[in-house]
Design a protein. Structure first.
Length: 287
């Protein structure tokens, strides 16, 4: 379980292409700074990880729902259980009766295609990634150039660590993993499973044993435990009762201060496809 005193622990493809691509994937946003800052909480500072350095998380991405924190927990799950809520975009690590460490997560469409119970039966540091046949079939321009897969690394969409969920001894293809795109945390993306900041998944990876129980909430269970949420124009969600945050977001959008997140995603997808086409042309010597 995560301790109260939190531990300190040449990309080849264009970033805009790689960030758009995971089998648990995300769309690219602005990269976080590599250097640590006094504005960044200790648990999200830059940290060494064997022969790599995990970049510090941009404090702009550490809103109240994204930053890990201790919370009271009223769910029925036993201590030691990981609870994923893909609708409220939260993950809980239940550490004792009535207490949990809460994390913000990013969720892709695949993250809402599974619910119920599972166990963690595989743990991988810097996992490799290969697009599924279905992903290539549905979006060949984007995923076709990487049909051979990507090796593990900080430029891999699965990030620094991955926990693999199994049910009845079989891989569910549902993953809890890191990210190369910290700005996606707290938002929905067009593809993928469940991702956390790399600092969070590294600590969870170290504290999680094989056989750990995982509960993934259904929409009905999310509504019962978290209540309804509203997605803002920024792509983040807030409780539907938070009228102040919803009104402020709408006012900022109407004033042109923020761009609707769905439009941002579309523009990023188009840029990623262009990058994929450029890479494919380079590989075949047509440039």
């Amino acid at each position: 379980m995560l301790s109260v005193s939190l531990r300190r622990h040449a990309i080849v493809l264009p970033v805009v292409l790689v960030a758009a691509l995971a089998g648990c994937a995300q769309q690219p946003m602005t990269p976080a700074t590599v250097s640590s800052s006094s504005a960044v909480p200790p648990e999200y500072q830059s940290r060494p990880d064997e022969d790599r350095v995990i970049p510090a998380v941009n404090p702009h991405y550490l809103n109240e729902r994204n930053r890990r924190r201790w919370v009271d927990y009223t769910g029925p799950e036993e201590p030691g259980t990981i609870v994923v809520d893909p609708y409220a975009r939260l993950l809980y690590h239940v550490v004792s009766p009535g207490r949990a460490m809460r994390f913000g997560i990013a969720v892709g469409k695949a993250g809402k295609g599974f619910s119920g119970n599972a166990v963690i039966s595989r743990k991988v540091e810097y996992p490799s990634w290969t697009p599924t046949k279905n992903m290539i079939r549905n979006d060949p321009d984007l995923y076709g150039p990487l049909a051979g897969g990507l090796p593990g690394g900080l430029d891999n969409p699965l990030g620094a660590r991955a926990l693999y969920l199994y049910r009845n001894g079989k891989d569910t293809y549902y993953r809890i993993h890191g990210t190369m795109d910290p700005s996606s945390i707290g938002r929905a993306t067009s593809a993928g499973c469940i991702r956390l900041f790399n600092q969070d998944i590294i600590d969870m990876f170290d504290e999680t044993e094989l056989g750990t129980r995982v509960k993934v909430r259904s929409r009905e269970e999310s509504l019962a435990m978290e209540g309804p949420v509203v997605e803002l124009h920024t792509g983040y969600v807030v409780p539907a009762a938070d009228a102040e945050a919803i009104a402020a977001d709408q006012a900022a959008y109407e004033a042109g201060q923020i761009q609707d997140y769905s439009q941002v995603e579309q523009e990023q997808h188009e840029a990623a496809v262009a990058s994929a086409e450029e890479r494919e042309a380079q590989l075949h010597g047509t440039n």
